[in-house]
Ligand binder design. Sequence first.
Ligand SMILES: [Zn+2]
Length: 206
Amino acid sequence: MNDSQQAQSLAILVRQLNAAGHNPATSGNYSLRSLALPGYALVSESGIDKSLFEAQNLIPIEINTGRAHPSLGHGRRSSDETALHLVLYRLTQAGAVLHSHHLDSLLFADLYPGKTVLRLGGLELLKGFKGIKSHEEVIELPALENSQDMAVLALEVQTALNLYPSTWGFLLRGHGLYVWGESLAEAKRHLEVFEYVFKYHVHQKR
Ligand SMILES: [Zn+2]
């Protein structure tokens, strides 16, 4: 796998996720840890209609500084939420980060108002998370209040990762879900598990 191959795979996935309701109105953003440029992530460009997303809409951003790679032309800018992707690459082994605005992630968070962490257990599909061997194990999913201040949110993500280091995602209330994995395939699988768990609880409460 090289950067061009993983970027192609991510672009296909983004278009599929868009068709499944994860990215209304250009929302959501995606990234990969670069294999060719050490210390860089490839982060989705701001404001792209995700039904038209292509590999070249991923742009190289330095993980420690948030600066675009010098090779990048002017006038292109990565997602407004880039800082949240970068904190995940700094603090975890993430190889890919997916950010969905799927309605079920909002409805699920609303089932548990005021809680800062949601504990998921009891479902066989939880074994889709790396390291989970039994439906009896519990996954801790931090739930953060939304904010437009990405520096503040990035600090809150950092705190949540310190408290719950084995998590594979976090919710932003009224906003969506961030999920990651050590590879793109693993991140996709983790997103599918979260989506299934959210649907289960949202339907169950009806
Ligand atoms: Zn978002």
